[in-house]
Each structure stands twice: as structure tokens, then as C-alpha cells.
Write a protein that binds this ligand. Structure first.
Ligand SMILES: Cc1cc2nc3c(=O)[nH]c(=O)nc-3n(C[C@H](O)[C@H](O)[C@H](O)COP(=O)(O)OP(=O)(O)OC[C@H]3O[C@@H](n4cnc5c(N)ncnc54)[C@H](O)[C@@H]3O)c2cc1C
Length: 405
């Protein structure tokens, strides 16, 4: 049966992504893990095949396609042996550029988006600060106007691809407190006063360089503000939805790959004179892993399809991420267990997936914070529940228990 994920065009895209991964990534991924970053050349090669531009319109230098195409590409890459960290490093433009495209400033698109999709430049997104990442509306990095320039002071941390980045789409405070005072501004990393520290040493995502950025009187043209001043928060929220879906795709794809690896190992590994897969306990564990991957993929794909359809999926994106992260956490853990000691060794692929998976419930919004967002979006906020429950004939809510946030 053909569905929107298995059209001839998407099958061809899947094949291109898988071949690229087998030829250009798998042989050297372990070296990049040790080096702490992927080479720029990989961006150029991926761009030459049109893979970097998937999901971006041709009008801005992309290859066209939508979120289904992007998910198809990432699914295929992980299934062929890429990792979540590799995707984070190679596709950082997926969080650095969309705001610029949405805002539609032709100069910013020409200067930053086109060369990035061509593999010539690397971009990053800097929102999180040392004081905290969950409370985005509390951004402290400040940008004050000085003639035609902005002068930026502050700090960012945990910035993916920040070590290699040529530019950083940065959340700054241009106005007063709260989300209305936040703008996005594109900062070239060679600007005087900008210090990049890293790569930060991490549990996983070793091939994805992560940086701290210190801004000390960094001057950028006011023209580098993305969209209108004060619209940064709205732009961020809009594209967080896509980022969360993308991380859900990482999660179920890594889970699928881990299941494939564990099933193959169970078929060949002999204990007590018989292959592991002949044991009912192991087979049932594989079935449980399969079930969780299937649920996560089916749900996430349905949300992706509705996003492409133009529907508001802000709440479902959060739920899909959590569903896929839980599936992934379970599956990578079970897979390492099936591998036994071999799964604990640095040279085993499953060990990398196990470590890489841990960030997926933290990045792009940590699970607890996203649960609270979902509660508001789905109408479970205390004031709404209170109104519902105190309606005539209903039980009156007891709000004395306080708020978990
Ligand atoms: C490898 C890596 C890559 C990253 N890449 C980027 C990037 O490219 N750009 C970028 O801007 N950021 C990036 N981040 C940052 C990431 O988005 C943040 O780590 C994340 O948003 C959480 O923020 P925090 O670490 O400051 O945790 P905190 O906000 O300090 O939260 C700590 C914990 O407390 C929980 N918590 C917080 N508030 C509440 C509450 N009200 N109720 C209950 N629980 C709560 C959180 O869920 C979390 O579990 C990256 C992080 C890592 C580790």
C-alpha cells in the first residue's frame, strides 16, 4: 500500500539519504565522535545531493519538500547507521534558519540561508543562557540600539554547532521584561567581543560540537534583526513545534535502529548452546521494543502530516516528543541489555545510541516543562479546570493543592 510516506519520490529520497550515510558517514563517524565535530566538507557533500535543503523552499535555496520529506530523510539516515548526534550537527540549520525564512527579509536570506543550504556556511541557534533554558521568556542577553547598530551583552550556553558556526541566530532582549521584549538577531561569529568556548564535553552527541558564547559589547547591524523587533518569542515558539517533531523523529528512528541491531545480535549470539533469539524472553522483549517504536512512529508521523496540512499541532508535537522519547529510552536500554557486555563498549554502535538518546528528553524543551505547556494547550490549566468543574451540576474543584510549577 502506498501512503504519503512511500511515494516514488520519497522512496528515492530515502535511498539517496541511505546511500549517502553508508558512503560518507558510517566509515568515519567514530572518528568524528572522537574529534568532537563533523567536518565542513560533510555539509557540502550533503548539500550537493540536496539533502541539506530538504524542507526549505527552492526560492530560498532549498530543495523543496516539507516536514514529511525531512522526517523521511532523517529516518533513512539513522536506519543506515547515522546517529542522533550526527543529525544534530549536520542539520543545525533546521533550527538556525527557519525564523529568517519566515520573517522573509531578502538580504538576510541571501547572506545566511542560501549559503547554509549550499553547505558553505554553518548556522546555530542561541536561546539558552547559563541562568536557565526552560524559561525562554526570561532571556537576559541584552541588545541596545546605537545608531544603525545593536550592541549585545550577555551569555548563551549549550549551543549546538556553536564551535563551528559562522553565524548564530540569537535571542536577545531589545525591550522590557517578558516575551514582548525579545527579538532574534543574526550575529556573525567573527564579530569583535564575541568569545566562543568549547566544545563542551558531554555524555552523548559527541560528534556534535556544543559551545558557550560570551557577548561583550558585540556590535551588529540593526538590519540583522529577524522580522520586527519584539517578535522573537513568537518566531521561536512557532519553530519550536518543528524542532520538537524533529527530535521525536530522532527518538523513534534511533529506537528503530537499536531494535534492528538488537534483533540481529540476538539471532547470532549463542549462550548456553543456543542463539539468544531462541529464548522466549528475548523474543518477547524484542516484540515489546517493536510495539513501542511502532506507536511512537505512527503517532509522530500523524502529527507531522497534520503540521504539513497547516493544522495547529503545538500540543501534539509535545506529546509526540514525549511518546517517542519514552519509547527510545526503553528501547536503547533494552538493546544494550541484549548486547550484554558488548553493548557497553565504546566501539559498539548501540553504546552510542544509548548515550545520545539521553538528551532527547531535555533539548528542545525538557519533558516537565513541555508537559506543563501541554496542560495549558489542552485546557488542563487550573483556571480552566476550575471553570469547567464549577459549572452547574459539576463537582467544584478544590484548588488548595497548589501548582506544581
Ligand atoms: C547537547 C545539548 C544541545 C543543546 N542545543 C541547544 C541549542 O542549539 N540552542 C539552545 O538555545 N539551547 C540548546 N540546548 C539547551 C536546551 O534546550 C536546554 O538544556 C533545555 O531547554 C533545558 O534548559 P536548562 O538546561 O537550562 O534546564 P533548566 O531550565 O534549569 O531545568 C532543569 C530541570 O528542571 C525542570 N524544570 C524546569 N522548570 C520546571 C518547572 N516549572 N516545573 C517542573 N520542572 C521544571 C526541567 O524540565 C529540567 O528537567 C542544548 C542542550 C544540550 C544539553
Amino acid at each position: 500500500m502506498t501512503d504519503s510516506w512511500t511515494t516514488p519520490e520519497r522512496d528515492a529520497l530515502r535511498e539517496t539519504a541511505a546511500k549517502f550515510t553508508a558512503a560518507e558517514i558510517v566509515p568515519t563517524l567514530a572518528q568524528w565522535e572522537d574529534a568532537g565535530q563533523v567536518p565542513r566538507e560533510l555539509h557540502r557533500k550533503a548539500a550537493a545531493l540536496g539533502l541539506l535543503g530538504v524542507g526549505f523552499d527552492e526560492a530560498v535555496g532549498g530543495s523543496g519538500g516539507d516536514l514529511v520529506d525531512l522526517a523521511t530523510t532523517k529516518e533513512a539516515m539513522v536506519r543506515a547507521g547515522a546517529s542522533s548526534g550526527l543529525l544534530a550537527a549536520l542539520f543545525t540549520h533546521g533550527i538556525a534558519c527557519p525564523h529568517i525564512v519566515t520573517a522573509g527579509d531578502a538580504d538576510l536570506i541571501d547572506t545566511y540561508v542560501r549559503p547554509t543550504l549550499a553547505g558553505e556556511r554553518i548556522g546555530a541557534l542561541a536561546v539558552t543562557e547559563p541562568d536557565g533554558g526552560s524559561d525562554v521568556a526570561a532571556v537576559r542577553t541584552r541588545a541596545r540600539a546605537d545608531g544603525d547598530e545593536l550592541v549585545i551583552d550577555g551569555a548563551k550556553t549549550f549551543i549546538t554547532s556553536g564551535v563551528r558556526a559562522d553565524f548564530v541566530t540569537t535571542a536577545v532582549r531589545t525591550g522590557g521584561a517578558g516575551h514582548d521584549g525579545i527579538s532574534l538577531v543574526v550575529v556573525d561569529t567573527d564579530r569583535p567581543g564575541l568569545t566562543v568556548s568549547g566544545p563542551l564535553r558531554k555524555l552523548g552527541w559527541h560528534c556534535s560540537d556544543t559551545a558557550e558564547l560570551a557577548f561583550d559589547g558585540v556590535r551588529v547591524p540593526r538590519a540583522n534583526i529577524v522580522g520586527a523587533p519584539g517578535h522573537g518569542f513568537a518566531l521561536l515558539m512557532r519553530h519550536f513545534v518543528t524542532e520538537r517533531l524533529s527530535l521525536a523523529v530522532h527518538a523513534y528512528s534511533v529506537a528503530q535502529r537499536s531494535l534492528d541491531l538488537a534483533a540481529a545480535y540476538a539471532a547470532e549470539r549463542v549462550t548456553f548452546g543456543r542463539p539468544l533469539a531462541t529464548r522466549q524472553l528475548i523474543r518477547h522483549r524484542l516484540v515489546d521494543m517493536h510495539r513501542r517504536v511502532a506507536v511512537a512512529r505512527t503517532y509522530t508521523r500523524s502529527v507531522v502530516e497534520r503540521a504539513v496540512d497547516g493544522q495547529d499541532v503545538a500540543a501534539d508535537a509535545v506529546l509526540a516528543k514525549k511518546t517517542a522519547v519514552e519509547a527510545c529510552d526503553f528501547v536503547v536500554d533494552a538493546a544494550v541489555q541484549i548486547f550484554g557486555g558488548a553493548g557497553y563498549l565504546r566501539e559498539s554502535e548501540i553504546e552510542r545510541h544509548y548515550r545520545d538518546a539521553r538528551i532527547l528528553g531535555i533539548g528542545g524543551g525538557a519533558t516537565e516543562v513541555l508537559d506543563e505547556l501541554a496542560a495549558r494547550l489542552l485546557g488542563y490549566a487550573p483556571e480552566k479546570l476550575s471553570a469547567t468543574l464549577s459549572a452547574p451540576g459539576r463537582i467544584v474543584a478544590d484548588n488548595s493543592g497548589g501548582d506544581a510549577t
